[in-house]
Design a protein around this ligand. Structure first.
Ligand code: NAP
Length: 422
């Protein structure tokens, strides 16, 4: 075993558990350094659909235990929830398959979504900055990103792609038939907030307000939409006037609770308030569900629409799966070459040392040769070495799997000093 992944995702854990495990981008560097206390190399991928920790073993430590310890210690998930909701993949091929499927958008709540490709890239970049990426992890993540791009380019999986944000607006449209007459409030101006705003505009919403912790950001997005910017301090005043709220701020705790919403509802006409909270951790406390005339949905409530989206893309999913198989085969070849690389290098170096020593001692016994004659001899002896070693090198590259018997055989036959791969 070389790489292992431990995680919770939207299929194994409800949002109540995922939000405990969620690591916001602002906290990623800090969590990578906590992980570093347990494992020299690792990458953390945390999105609204999952939190996964990829750990590369390189000093014989039990990676599975390390990952579980990290979840228990830093992510505030009680043991019983962890047992119920976490998965551990220790087979290297399966770890790769898991990451490739995620990056290609096949494991998302919204199949084919684009956002995950950038999120995987960000996870790799953050771990690189923290010095936590070794050759194995880098190649794995870069391969997954390549597969993700190919799937987007060569299949129709992301054609008219939906996002969690656009599906949230779709849900609003199902609840409120004429969105054009509704007032919508978006909380958050990051990628999710921008996508909500864009999708609402496309759906005909004309009255959009944008709230953010930093007023300038809210104003920037509101200007683009011809909407209104709202200071977070005035959030509750704005709630008094809107029909739909979409929560997508990266806050570590709920911004809206039942007590505040109750007082808001008392001060407004008796019209329903629909809240769709796609943030993980959630922006709106669960007890808001009990407030009269308030209809609260969270990201897990988007499943029905996402299932319909999946059905529409079934043919493309199987095309994407075959690209993933091809890319995984390439990764496998690279893994095997990694095992055999030190032996191949040792074999080539030994042969080259013998060739040049023999050629030099022969040249000393001959009359001085012209440059052209020297070049001929050089080329001829090199060609003999390459041709002689072609079969053993081929054998090494194809027999490096498993217990390394193939490498050992060549090492003994040629009396090679071979260092173990990293
Ligand atoms: N990205 C997606 O496609 C996507 C999809 C589904 C769900 N989500 C979820 O939606 C949320 C936002 O995602 P994002 O990608 O848009 O993230 P993001 O870019 O980090 O979100 C930035 C927004 O969150 C606000 N924010 C950050 N820290 C805050 C805090 N402590 N208190 C209040 N507001 C705070 C920011 O305010 P200022 O910048 O104004 O200070 C900004 O409005 C996350 O919970 C994520 O899991 C995202």
């Amino acid at each position: 075993m070389r790489i292992c992944v431990i995680g919770v995702n939207h299929r194994t854990a409800p949002v109540e558990v995922r939000e405990k495990a969620a690591i916001r981008s602002a906290e990623l560097a800090q969590h990578l350094s906590l992980l570093h206390n347990h494992a020299p190399c690792g990458i953390i991928l945390s999105t609204c659909n999952r939190t996964e920790v990829y750990i590369a073993e390189n000093d014989g430590r039990d990676v599975e235990k390390t990952g579980l310890k990290f979840f228990q210690t830093y992510l505030n998930i009680p043991d019983d929830e962890l047992t119920r909701c976490a998965y551990v993949i220790t087979n290297q091929q399966e770890v790769a398959k898991n990451l490739y499927r995620i990056t290609c958008g096949l494991d998302s709540l919204i199949i084919g979504e684009y956002e995950i490709l950038g999120q995987v890239g960000n996870a790799l970049e953050a771990a690189e900055k923290s010095g936590m990426v070794n050759l194995l992890l880098r190649h794995l993540f870069q391969g997954a990103i390549r597969a993700g791009r190919r799937v987007r380019e060569e299949t129709g999986i992301s054609k008219n792609a939906l996002s969690v944000s656009s599906v949230a607006v779709e849900l609003a449209a199902q609840i409120i038939p004429d969105l054009s007459k509704s007032r919508l409030l978006v909380i958050g101006t990051g990628e999710a907030g921008r996508l909500v705003a864009k999708a609402s505009k496309e759906r005909g919403v004309t009255q959009i307000a944008v709230a953010s912790r930093t007023l300038e950001r809210a104003a920037e997005l509101a200007d683009l939409l011809g909407g209104k910017a709202v200071d977070m301090y005035n959030l509750f005043d704005e709630l008094g006037h809107c029909d739909i709220v979409v929560g997508c701020a990266s806050s570590p705790h709920a911004l809206v609770d039942a007590a505040r919403i109750e007082s808001v509802m008392k001060g407004r006409p008796a019209v329903p308030l629909v809240i769709i909270d796609i943030a993980v951790p959630r922006n709106v406390a669960d007890n808001v569900k009990g407030v009269n005339n308030v209809f609260l949905y969270n990201i897990d409530d988007l499943t029905e629409i996402s299932e319909a989206n999946r059905k529409l893309r079934e043919v493309e999913i199987s095309r994407a799966e075959s690209i993933i198989r091809e890319e995984l085969e390439d990764l496998n070849v690279w893994w095997h070459s990694l095992e055999s690389r030190p032996a191949v290098t040792a074999l080539m170096e030994k042969a080259e040392a013998i060739r040049s020593a023999q050629l030099n001692s022969t040249l000393k016994k001959l009359r001085p040769l012209t440059q052209e004659e020297n070049d001929y001899l050089e080329a001829m002896t090199k060609s003999i070495v390459v041709k002689l070693l072609k079969d053993p090198v081929h054998y090494l590259k194809n027999n490096a799997e498993g217990d390394g018997d193939g490498i050992e055989l060549i090492r003994q036959l040629f009396r090679l000093e071979v260092e173990k791969p990293e």
